[in-house]
Design a protein around this ligand. Structure first.
Ligand code: ZN
Ligand code: ZN
Ligand code: ZN
Ligand code: ZN
Ligand code: ZN
Ligand code: ZN
Ligand code: ZN
Ligand code: ZN
Length: 1845
């Protein structure tokens, strides 16, 4: 065969050859050849993994060219104007609400950064499901937001594609695609035989092929056009899909495909056969509604496909199946395909959306033709997609992939409308939703389970629990956001009906039944699923639809929805068999039908100008509609009154979720609104009595002192009564849907949240309900969130508290908001946690106190006037003006006055609130005249009318009550009433007059009235009274007797009496007080109960003459002294309880505040180095030294005593390794964190690196032991010792540790590692430093000068050094000292201790020990700011443990002795003949000029016998100063140019013989130059590098300055040492005088001041031998070196000893700069982009946090780096979270963020994605904690990291 021939040939040339053949006019042979070649290359029978085929395809497509070049060429014809970049999960993208038309719009980082979004509302986000860049698509976003590249329509100037370029591609790719499809067909087997695995295997093998497709799409528009042509061409599909007849494989392959297709419909083939040809019932009115009633209990036996998983346990409940006859068969049917794209998508779905395939399909979207065809195909497969999703094992992944695609398609309004019109998208979606939910329907148990015909979703099914319906619902919401699509939906009645029946599946789901006897066994958590389902599946689409019903023109839509709502509700009531009584002890929080109805009503009245009346049903229906929402309100109160405790915590969860910010406007708000509507239309007496009956407090509302309640326990009565009253107040005062504008609502929401607590911007944003005001984006004509926020709140900038807690930026209510807008009712409504109400009240009273508005006692919730009611809802006010309510108010006032049980301040408060609401909201039509009313004629009822104003002064004389026989009233009445007959007859009269009242009876009566009325009105059949048989009137136990109470009170008189009672004053209101009152009632808004009563009385008086007269009359009467009525113990108890609780709260707060301030001041003293410390125990260095022995307090046993050899005391210390010193640099400017590839950080210039180099250099020339005495280590990994200053007996400490070990659970530290917290101050510690025993008198002897000459002292020092180390006698103390030395060594890593050539040698140990002292001194210098200018007898010295540390070190160092032959002291003080170094085979000693003076000083001090006399110390300092000065001269001379050097040498030589030449810098400088010049090499080296050679000439001043600078570090250290050893004060000085200050302090300066001579440095010299001789000797040590060594000697001579303060890296201002560079940067170690990248803020190293990739020796990279960079302390910025973690040894903690948003808030994990800016203050604090080593003390939440970071 020819193909076989071709196959054997070179691919490239074959391709070229074929291409030219095909380009001929007669290309038939070329075509044939190509086909034959492809037949054998692309053979689906070959294993897919064979890459040969792919190589062939690439070559053929490129047509002889290289594939890469071909790609480039094709790309140059890219005409795409869209970005279309597709990304998968976790990609970082942007969203700009200002530029977006669709809320789903997103941009890739490149397009975002290249566009102009300044000042826009944008955020960065991490993609959840994946997405694509919309840049360039004007359907989705505004063109102004396009990036530069996509704004220039690149397509216009791209040349058209040459014909032959893609010729090969067209021919090859169609074959390639069918080949892939055949693989897919072949790999697929029916679910019963195949497993998840098999599919994955097929996909894995196909991976290269699909990747190749994806690669092709990246070639741009030209290639996409070719692909589109192939994918959508129907002819090609027909030709290729079936395969050749004779090919057996192809035939089988095709059959496989057909059988897969067969089950693609929602109804399987067999089922369809059963039901017969379903007639198209869609559109007929009964169809959809039929769904509801069609829940035939018998339909369980069908063999539907979905029943496969029916075996899963879903509880004992049986699933209910609906008949599927109502649905459009075209949607239910199997699929048929017409092109490749369709089949490809089909397989994509079957294989559950493989990522690569999804990316390929999405990458094609920029091609417009493709986009349209693909969208249609997607819609065509929509039902199949959802069907597959429901069966998928990995529905989460699949959901994300589905939405990844669908968002791209449906966010585009044009496309969405197009497919809605042409492909019935809406019908499909609703049908599929119904289909989905049908799979988990159960019979509703609401009301009467037996006879219920209602079905609801089962919330414990996986579909609901796992939120599997999410992608579908989200698509639905997405398309409804387009006006044109929503219009379609609202105009299609049958769709609406279908939708309503869908919503009714959720009506009454997740029913709760109150457990009465035993605690529920299993707390079902199904309520999450239920709330989520109602919100997402019902409420969100509702809000979507509502946004399109905002104008008059859309009235019809609303009318239709409302009509279907009511119809569906009617069906629902019928289905559950509801007549007028609820089944007891049931509640469901899910009433979506009610809420749809409510919200469309609200919109109709508010925005569309519809008349409410026209949308309301008859009275009877209203009464029914009212029942379930009211039951929820009562249940809320029951739940909070602990009546549902047996149902477990979850029921509280439901109550809280119901009012929570994300749910409230879809749940409680519509419910309250619906109840308000009902209340405004129903008889108010009926409504009020229903409320009290529902809240079960009817029995309580009797005037009798005793009552029985058959439905409520005693302790529940009060909270339930409070609940009922609060509900009434909310109902009659809330205006959210009754007249408030959107802006006003937003404002009220904001105020109520801010009043509860100060809020961060983000939490506030989260707490404000989304509707009606979308929280972001610009809503025309309404106030934005930000504007509103700045109007009501003040911003409190983030502050840092010393205690360690970092505050975020907070918003707090403005003063005038507290004064005028605080609305306790709104707060109660929005409160999820009850404590928030109290919090708001506490904050309110704090405000009043602070502003002086109310200073005594506890203020009451302020009364707030309400926005006027919308005229439609005026009827609501009648609630406040009905006799029933007035009777309740009267009764309660009376009972409170008499201290009846179960009354509370809250009850009174709510009663007064209701009265005031009534006074402020008069019913207009009820124009009651001011005529005096005749009380006698009203026998039928308590009050003459319904107007509150006139009822207020109506006097009630007698009341008839039913009481138990044991009640006090009974006894009293049993006594003969009166002696005279007149009174007796009066009594008889009273009996007739006495008012009877039964709320229940009242409600029943009204109910019947309404029923009868409405039934006659609507001419309906009278309802059967069946319900009354079930209804047992509560509260009528038999043993009650009727008694008559004498009352003679009106509401006004009761109010006045209560005023007296509250103010505890007889006649608290004088007859004339009304006249004295300020007419302005606003003045009395803030205050307590007394104020409230006065305010009400004033209002009553100003609005009614009758009331005014009545008030004056009552006040005028002199009341008999009120006997303290607190005789009812129960009442007293409740009142007292409240009070006690309040007091306890106050007390607690006071305590807490006190504690906080104590802690704060403690922290301040602990942190503030400058503050004086009063702890005398540590005051060793105080100038007034006491004669007595030093005493220490043990913080464990509390005893005070000296530290003794036998029972030593120790300081609580924390030992930690530190590299802070090593990270210092020369420059005082922090290094910049690199944010581009061009920037780098070089670590070589740090102090640690410089010292390492120096030591290594020395070690390469000189004797090791000598080297190890010539430097200090500990710059990196030195041990820092700090103490909290507290002491304890060491034996006490041991038992303390033992006790800690026994309860290991609590701590964040590890006792086994010796860690503990100070028993007193709780500061973290890990060792105890023994205190030196002794008498302070010894200290005095240290100070006493002996007036010896320097030369004598030098000799004395020498003798002391010769003294052999006195080994201390073994004692407890010495043992402890050795132990702490061990601790110190264990604190740091081995590598920081072994610098010598012989690891573990005593020389190493020696170096390490004195370096510990050095480290601590140096660190103290750093803490002091780098110098000693601030001076002072600082508290730090007293709290410092340096003195004790020195003592311990000295004890240890005495174990070593310095070989006297090599004692540097000799060479420092004597001119000795140079020893013959060359005789030793060893290397030479380090020359004195290379040695480090501070190190020598410390060595001397520590190796001499303790205590060291001060004069000896000074002697040491002086002698070493000589050396230091000489080193300075040598270093200086090296900086000279040769000429200058010559000049200074000559001029100085002249002064050599002058007086005082030994203290003349000129003479000495000259001498040093001369000496060092003796060997040419010393200075020669330097001339080679001209770097330092400055053009400026050295002057005497600059020379002096240079010398001083060189010597300063030595002086500082000496001075500090003296300060710690001898307690000398450090005197402060200006910085420029530091040298003289320190020299003076050390006594180096002549006692006679020489003000004329500013050249201090030389005058501090003190020579005991000839200076010139000594210097010659030192120089000769250098010049005597071999040539090679000499070359480096300049480097060793010219060392700069000054280091700047340590800095963390300098960070950019904008976090995005860091994030963009680092979040996709590859790790240098593993070369991969880490999942959790982190950045060391000390050195800038980039690490893989937690990554296994960079784990070494079981330690993850971050921990590893902390050990090497910071000696186990690390500060890392987590790039993806913007937070900083601290690693300290084996522990870590989350420090917080130094980047805050515009509102001063952190954005952990970058969830909000708003721009973040560096908070300089926080970063400074971080650096300060690092430098001061206080991470352990300040941060509290540490945890072990197990090396896993
Ligand atoms: Zn883009
Ligand atoms: Zn762009
Ligand atoms: Zn923008
Ligand atoms: Zn003790
Ligand atoms: Zn302490
Ligand atoms: Zn580092
Ligand atoms: Zn790494
Ligand atoms: Zn790595």
């Amino acid at each position: 065969m020819m193909a076989a021939l071709l196959l054997r040939r070179d691919k490239k040339s074959t391709a070229a050859h074929l291409k030219s053949d095909l380009n001929r006019t007669d290309n038939s042979s070329g075509v044939r050849q190509l086909q034959e070649l492809l037949d054998s290359v692309l053979n689906p029978e070959k294993p897919a993994a064979d890459t040969e085929a792919l190589d062939w395809c690439k070559c053929l497509i490129a047509g002889g060219e290289g594939f890469e070049e071909f790609c480039k060429t094709v790309r140059s014809y890219d005409n795409a104007t869209l970005c279309g970049l597709v990304w998968t999960a976790n990609f970082v993208a942007y969203r700009c609400r200002t530029c977006g038309i669709s809320p789903c719009m997103s941009l890739c980082a490149e397009c975002f950064n290249n566009g102009d979004h300044t000042g826009h509302d944008f955020n960065m986000f991490r993609s959840q499901a994946g997405g694509a860049c919309d840049c360039g698509d004007s359907n989705v976003m505004r063109e102004t937001g396009f990036c530069r590249r996509h704004r220039l329509r690149t397509g216009e100037n791209v040349p058209s594609v040459p014909r032959d370029l893609l010729l090969m591609s067209e021919m090859v790719l169609s074959r390639f695609i069918i080949c892939i499809i055949q693989y897919l067909r072949d790999g697929y087997t029916e679910p019963d035989t195949s497993t998840e695995r098999d599919l994955q295997k097929v996909l894995q093998q196909l991976e290269p092929q699909i990747s190749f497709l994806e690669e092709l799409t990246k070639m741009g528009g030209a290639m996409r056009t070719v692909l589109t042509k192939i994918l959508t061409n129907q002819q090609t599909f027909k030709d290729l899909s079936m395969g050749q007849e004779e090919n057996v494989f192809a035939k089988k392959n095709y059959e496989n495909y057909l059988s897969a297709l067969k089950n693609s419909g929602l109804v399987s083939v067999e089922e369809k056969a059963q039901t017969g040809a379903a007639e198209p019932t869609r559109g007929s009115e009964t169809g959809a509604l039929g769904l509801l009633g069609a829940a035939a209990p018998s339909s369980s036996g069908s063999n539907k496909e979905e029943d496969q998983d029916g075996g899963q346990s879903i509880g004992q409940r049986k699933r209910v199946k609906l008949s599927s006859t109502t649905k459009d068969p075209s949607i239910m049917d199997s699929l048929k395909h017409k092109c490749f794209l369709e089949e490809l998508l089909f397989w994509t779905i079957k294989y559950e959306f493989p990522q690569k395939m999804v990316t390929f399909l999405l990458n094609m979207l920029p091609d417009q033709d493709y986009k349209i065809t693909f969208t249609k195909t997607f819609v065509q497969h929509y039902a199949f997609i959802m069907k597959t999703l429901m069966k998928s094992q990995e529905s989460d992944t699949m959901s994300n992939r589905i939405v990844h695609i669908s968002v791209q398609l449906f966010s585009n309004e044009d496309l969405a409308r197009h497919v809605t019109e042409e492909c019935q998208l809406l019908d499909i979606m609703v049908t599929v939703l119904l289909y989905m939910m049908e799979s988990c329907l159960i019979k509703s148990e609401l009301q009467d389970e037996e006879n219920s015909r209602h079905v609801v979703v089962n919330c414990s099914e996986a579909l609901l629990k796992n939120n599997t319906y999410w992608p579908l619902v989200s698509d639905f919401i997405n398309i409804l956001s387009h006006q044109s699509v929503a219009k379609k939906f609202l105009e299609d009645h049958s769709l609406l009906m279908l939708w309503m029946s869908f919503v009714s599946f959720f009506q009454g789901m997740n029913l709760n039944k109150r457990e009465l006897s035993e605690h529920v066994e299993f707390e079902s958590q199904t309520y999450y699923a239920a709330f989520a389902a109602e919100l997402e599946a019902c409420a969100q689409p509702m809000w979507g639809l509502l946004t399109h019903c905002k104008v008059k023109e859309t009235q019809e839509y609303t009318k239709t929805v409302v009509r279907y709502c009511l119809e569906t509700l009617q069906i629902w009531f019928d289905a559950i068999g509801f007549v007028d009584e609820l089944a007891p002890n049931q509640v469901t929080f899910h009433l979506p039908l009610h809420r749809y109805y409510a919200m469309f009503l609200s919109k109709a009245v508010k925005c569309q100008g519809l008349d409410l009346e026209s949308l309301l049903p008859d009275q009877e229906m209203l009464m029914r509609i009212m029942v379930h929402p009211l039951q929820i309100q009562a249940s809320l109160s029951e739940i909070h009154s602990n009546m549902w405790v047996r149902n477990g915590l979850q029921i509280k969860g439901q109550a809280m979720t119901y009012v929570q910010s994300h749910f409230c406007n879809s749940m409680i708000d519509p419910d309250i609104f619906l109840l308000q509507v009902c209340a405004s239309r129903l008889d108010p007496d009926y409504f009020i009595s229903s409320v009290f009956e529902r809240f079960k407090v009817v029995d309580l509302l009797t005037m009798a002192s005793v009552h029985q309640n058959t439905v409520l326990d005693g302790e529940q009565e009060r909270p339930m009564l409070e609940g009922a009253l609060t509900f009434l107040v909310i109902l009659s005062s809330l205006r959210i849907h009754l007249g408030m504008a959107d802006d006003e609502i937003l404002r009220a929401e904001m105020v109520s949240q801010l009043c509860m607590n100060d809020r961060t911007h983000s939490s506030l944003l989260d707490l404000i309900p989304e509707n009606p005001n979308p929280k972001s984006g610009i809503v025309p004509g309404s106030c934005s969130f930000e504007e509103m926020l700045s109007a009501v709140a003040d911003f409190k900038a983030p502050v840092f508290e010393l205690g360690g807690s970092m505050q975020q930026g907070m918003y707090t209510p403005k003063a005038e908001v507290w004064e005028k807008e605080f609305d306790p009712i709104m707060v109660i409504l929005r409160t999820v946690y009850r404590r928030d109400v109290q919090s708001a009240m506490d904050r309110y009273s704090a405000f009043l106190k602070q502003s002086g508005m109310h200073t005594t006692g506890n203020p009451w919730p302020p009364y707030k006037e309400r926005t006027p009611l919308h005229p439609c809802y005026k009827g609501l006010d009648r609630l406040l003006h009905c006799k029933t309510l007035h009777i309740v108010i009267f009764t309660l006032l009376y009972k409170i006055w008499l201290d009846h049980s179960n009354m509370s301040e809250h009850v009174l408060c709510m009663v007064l609130y209701l009265i005031e609401l009534g006074l402020d909201n008069q019913v207009e039509e009820d124009k009651e005249d001011e005529e005096p009313c005749i009380e006698e004629h009203c026998h039928d009822s308590w009050f003459p009318g319904t107007n509150l104003l006139s009822n207020l002064h109506h006097v009630i004389n007698y009341v008839r009550v039913r009481v138990p026989e044991t009640a006090p009233e009974v006894k009293r009445e049993r006594e003969p009433p009166a002696s005279t007959s007149a009174e007796a007859s009066n009594f008889g009269q009273n009996v007739r007059e006495a008012q009877v009242f039964s709320l229940v009876a009242e409600r029943r009566r009204k109910f019947q009235e309404i029923i009868n009325r409405s039934s006659t009105e609507a001419s309906q059949a009278v309802r059967p009274k069946s319900s009354s048989t079930r209804w047992v009137p509560p509260g009528t136990p038999p043993q009650l007797v009727t008694e008559i109470l004498e009352i003679h009170e009106s509401m006004l008189s009761l109010l006045i009496k209560l005023h007296q009672k509250l103010s505890a004053k007889q006649n608290s209101l004088s007859a004339t007080w009304l006249e004295d009152m300020d007419a302005n009632p606003n003045r009395h808004i803030h205050g307590d109960g007394i104020t409230a009563i006065e305010r009400i009385l004033t209002k009553a008086a100003t609005r009614s003459h009758q009331s005014k007269r009545s008030i004056q009359e009552i006040c005028g009467k002199v009341f008999p002294p009120v006997a303290p009525k607190k005789n009812s113990p129960a009442a007293k108890k409740t009142m007292d309880k409240e009070e006690r609780r309040q007091r306890a709260r106050e007390r607690q707060q006071k305590l807490l505040a006190e504690f906080a301030s104590r802690q704060k001041s403690f922290m301040e003293t602990a942190m503030d180095v400058e503050s004086p410390d009063t702890e005398a125990a540590m005051d060793l260095g105080a100038s007034e030294v006491k004669e007595s022995e030093v005493l220490y307090d043990c913080v464990i046993c509390g005893q005070s005593g000296p530290s003794t050899e036998d029972r030593p005391t120790g300081l609580v210390v924390l030992l930690q390794a530190s590299s802070v010193l090593g990270h210092r640099c020369k420059s005082d400017e922090a290094k910049k964190l690199p944010t581009t590839d061009d920037e780098r950080i070089y670590p070589a210039d740090t102090c640690g690196a410089a010292h390492d180099v120096r030591l290594a250099l020395m070690q390469s020339f000189f004797k090791d032991s000598s080297c190890l005495q010539s430097v200090s280590i500990g710059w990196d990994g030195g041990v820092y010792v700090q103490t909290c200053g507290h002491t304890l007996h060491i034996d006490c400490h041991k038992s303390y540790m033992e006790s800690l070990r026994n309860d290991q659970v609590m701590q964040g530290f590890s006792v086994d590692k010796g860690e503990f917290t100070c028993p007193l101050c709780r500061q973290f510690a890990n060792s105890v430093l023994p205190c030196r025993p002794g008498r302070s008198t010894e200290v005095v002897s240290w100070h006493m000068p002996s007036n010896n000459k320097t030369s004598v002292l030098v000799k004395e020092v020498e003798d002391l050094q010769e003294q052999l180390g006195l080994f201390p006698t073994e004692s407890n103390l010495s043992k402890e000292m050795e132990l702490v030395i061990k601790d110190i060594k264990n604190t740091t890593q081995r590598k920081y201790m072994d610098y010598g050539k012989n690891p573990g040698s005593p020389d190493n140990d020696f170096l390490f020990m004195y370096s510990v002292a050095r480290t601590n001194l140096e660190l103290e210098l750093v803490h002091r700011g780098g110098n000693l200018c601030s001076g002072g007898a600082s508290g730090a010295a007293k709290r410092s443990c340096l003195n004790q540390l020195f003592h311990v070190l000295a004890m240890h160092m005495r174990l070593y002795s310095i070989d006297s032959a090599y004692n540097p002291w000799t060479r420092l003080t004597q001119v000795a003949p140079s020893r013959d170094d060359c005789l030793d085979d060893e290397r030479p000693e380090v020359p004195m000029l290379f040695r480090d003076c501070p190190s020598l000083l410390i060595i001397f001090v520590l190796t001499m016998p303790q205590p060291l006399r001060k004069e000896h110390f000074i002697c040491l300092v002086r002698m070493l100063y000589n050396l230091q000065y000489t080193q300075a001269l040598a270093a200086l001379s090296a900086k000279f140019s040769p000429e200058e050097r010559q000049a200074w040498s000559t001029s100085g030589a002249l002064k050599k013989n002058a007086f005082n030449a030994e203290k003349s810098y000129e003479a000495l400088l000259s001498h040093v130059i001369t000496e060092l010049s003796k060997v040419k090499t010393v200075y020669d080296v330097n001339t080679e590098e001209p770097s330092m050679l400055s053009t400026s000439v050295w002057s005497p001043q600059s020379i002096e300055y240079s010398l001083q600078q060189f010597c300063l570090p030595y002086l500082r250290l000496s001075c500090l040492l003296q300060h710690h050893l001898y307690g000398d004060n450090l005197s402060g000085c200006p910085e420029e005088e530091e040298f003289s200050g320190l020299a003076g302090c050390l006594g180096l300066l002549d006692p006679v001041p020489q003000p004329s001579n500013p050249m201090y440095s030389a005058s501090c010299l003190a020579w005991t031998v000839s200076a010139f001789d000594l210097m010659s000797q030192w120089c000769s040590e250098v010049t005597g070196l071999t040539n090679t060594q000499a070359e480096k000697s300049m480097t060793l001579l010219v060392q700069d000893l000054q280091w700047a303060s340590p800095h963390l890296l300098h960070l950019p201002d904008n976090y995005n700069t860091i994030f963009q560079y680092y979040h996709k940067k590859a790790c240098t170690a593993c070369k991969k982009v880490p999942k959790d990248p982190a950045l060391c803020l000390i050195c800038g190293t980039f690490v893989c946090l937690k990554g296994l990739c960079c784990k070494q020796q079981g330690i993850c990279e971050c921990v590893w780096h902390s050990q090497h960079c910071g000696a186990a302390t690390g500060i890392f910025l987590l790039i993806n979270a913007s937070v900083i973690i601290i690693i300290r040894g084996h522990r870590f903690c989350l420090w917080g963020s130094v980047y805050l948003d515009a509102h001063g808030e952190e954005d952990r994990d970058l969830r909000r994605g708003k721009p973040l800016f560096l908070c300089v203050e926080r970063y400074r604090v971080l650096a300060q904690q690092w430098v001061s080593h206080t991470f352990d003390h300040i941060n509290k939440r540490w945890g072990p990291h197990y090396n896993g970071l």
